[in-house]
Ligand binder design. Structure first.
Ligand SMILES: *Cc1c(COP(=O)(O)O)cnc(C)c1O
Length: 394
């Protein structure tokens, strides 16, 4: 397998394991177990399984392994462990590393379920968590202590699209020997260079761009072979958050077109953000690819693009936001993101409904805020749909 392949070649070919039939499309090994040639072979495999030797699908499976190898190559990580969902990846990465008495520093702007793990779950097991404004390096500097074990943040926050400086936070964390765990969903593997920037573990919800077609839940934890095989794999394989072989096959097929889809989505997002930024119905357009975004330079340096999601803050508050959503014909009201189809979400009444009004205000989740996950539809159609609905809401 060539180490010099560029990203799209890697996305189509890396990790492929062909059976004796030479199938073109990756085989789905829909089996939980594997037969051994002899009792001695079974014993030997339980002592130490070789590179392509499997025991039980909760530990590993050839189709899942193809996905893990391929995504690791794309991400530039040594190894990966695939999980049943993005949350299995987030909770697995954190609980595999942490123990009672440990201290974690996390950015406050988090996906609701991530916040639940950090606020509710880790605390119950005696892990202390300090929350900071992720964009403020002084807050990270003040919160990270000599005994801090890990830091956790979403490199681009949902839904306000703040960009966190991976390299700068990693420098502060590594200075005290803390591990850096990055939820990198909004950056996508296409625009990510998180390992080179200092992330020790990179986590994706594969449900989002990696599937990209709204079919299956999945996730993946990426990092060094040492951490993945010595810490993450033992934890994941005994606690049961493994990815199913069928899901791995869906995700493998998703990876083949990931680069094409994500670049098309990001181009649409950039064009729509530029086109609507001065629309009279809008108080703000949040998109890291706009020069007006507070972390525009960081986004360019860290990702080389603004990403595939933008948020529109309508002046008329919730009534205007609902009017906008209800006037859209192509964009669908739903709560996934990274899909080939454009999806619009009203965070205050759906994904972030659980938060108090005060918490929402602190995170910038206003009643008029609408998150738009750009799809791959034709730009002309999307622009007509979005500007038409903004006109209607105005
Ligand atoms: C969706 C999402 C998750 C959770 O992923 P699931 O696949 O839904 O479990 C975690 N973090 C971020 C940033 C997400 O967008």
């Amino acid at each position: 397998m060539s180490d010099n392949w560029k990203s799209r070649t890697t996305a189509v070919h890396a990790g492929t394991r062909r059976s004796q039939y030479g199938e073109m499309s990756e085989a789905i090994y829909l089996t939980q177990g594997f037969a051994y040639d002899s009792a001695e072979a079974a014993e030997a495999r339980f002592i130490e399984a070789g590179e392509d030797e499997y025991i039980y699908a909760r530990y590993g499976n050839p189709t899942v392994r193809m996905f893990e190898d391929r995504i690791a190559r794309i991400e530039g990580a040594e190894d990966a462990f695939a999980t049943a969902s993005g949350m299995a990846a987030v909770s697995g990465a954190l609980t595999a590393l942490l123990k009672a008495g440990d201290h974690v520093v996390a950015a406050r702007a988090l996906f609701g379920s991530c916040l639940y793990i950090l606020e509710e779950v880790l605390g119950r097991f005696g892990v202390e968590v300090t929350f900071v404004d992720g964009t403020d390096l002084d807050q990270w500097r003040a919160a990270i202590r000599p005994d801090t074990s890990a830091v956790f943040f979403e490199s681009v926050s949902n839904p306000t699209l703040e960009v966190i400086d991976i390299a700068a936070v990693a420098d502060l964390a590594h200075a005290v020997g803390a591990l850096v765990v990055v939820d990198n969903v909004f950056a996508t593997p296409v625009f990510s260079d998180a390992v080179a920037q200092g992330a020790d573990l990179v986590v994706y919800s594969a449900t989002k761009h990696i599937d990209g077609q709204g079919r299956a839940l999945g996730g993946v934890i990426l990092g060094t072979r040492e951490v993945i095989r010595k810490k993450v794999e033992p934890y994941m394989k005994h606690t049961g958050g493994a990815m199913s072989p069928f899901t791995a096959w869906i995700m493998l097929k998703g990876l083949e077109t990931l680069d094409l889809r994500v670049r098309a989505q990001a181009a649409n997002a950039q064009a729509v953000a530029e086109s609507v930024q001065h629309h009279p119905a809008l108080a703000r357009v949040l998109f890291p690819g706009l020069a007006a975004h507070p972390q525009y330079d960081l986004a360019r340096a860290q990702m080389g693009a603004g990403g595939t999601v933008l948020s529109l803050d309508l002046k008329g508050g919730q009534p205007a936001a609902f009017g906008f959503l209800n006037a859209l014909k192509i964009a669908q009201i739903s709560n996934n993101l990274g899909d080939a189809k454009t999806i619009v979400t009203h965070p205050a009444t759906t994904t972030h409904q659980r938060l108090s009004e005060e918490q929402r205000a602190q995170l910038g989740i206003t009643p008029g805020l609408v998150r738009v996950s750009m799809g791959i539809e034709n730009l002309e159609d999307l622009l007509a749909d979005i500007t038409g609905a903004l006109d209607a809401a105005n």
